[in-house]
Ligand binder design. Structure first.
Ligand code: CMX
Length: 133
């Protein structure tokens, strides 16, 4: 099911303040930013090998990332694994009784399809599955 680590999501207060560390200090290729309206975040992607770092800045006070920042401050927010067929993966997880946040795929960045597994079902790690578009 999980093919590779698509990206690691990191919650930040400000993309502008956070991008330079990854781009200029760690030397990652900066791919650009995108607003993911459905998730109430603005994201920046930085390429590292086959994977990416996704910096997440909330776009409103009721964004899940705003709530995370308020509770924990900046830091690792989720790990995303790439799958070939998200709908099939979700059906499989549901059949196995895994607690899902999204029972059907939603729209993520880059037109991808995404769904989250609840952190209580995955050892305290918010886990995303994504299918590239
Ligand atoms: N990683 C690990 N645990 C987390 C977490 C995270 N990112 N966010 C919340 N939790 C834990 C909390 O610590 C809390 O645990 P305790 O009950 O032990 O204290 C529990 O989950 C409930 O957290 P909460 O703060 O009360 O928040 P909610 O239940 O309202 O929401 C969650 C939590 C995960 C269901 C919600 O954030 C969600 O639906 N997330 C998925 C969507 C998302 O995060 N979108 C932004 C990224 C989008 C993108 O990548 O494009």
């Amino acid at each position: 099911m999980a093919k590779l680590i698509s990206h690691v999501g990191i919650a930040v207060k400000s993309l502008d303040a956070s991008i330079p560390f990854y781009r200029d200090v760690l030397g990652m290729e900066f791919e650009g930013t995108e607003v993911v309206a459905e998730q109430k975040v603005k994201v920046a992607f930085l390429v590292v090998g086959e994977s990416r770092i996704e910096l997440l800045e909330p776009t409103s006070d009721d964004s899940p990332v705003a709530k995370f920042l308020e509770k924990n401050g900046e830091g690792t927010h989720h790990i995303a694994y790439q799958v070939d067929d998200l709908a099939a993966a979700l059906a499989d997880l549901k059949a196995k009784g895994v607690r899902l946040i999204d029972e059907t795929p939603r729209r993520g960045a880059h037109g991808s399809l995404i769904a989250f597994i609840h952190p209580k079902a995955s050892g305290g790690v918010l886990t995303e599955l994504c299918q590239a578009h």
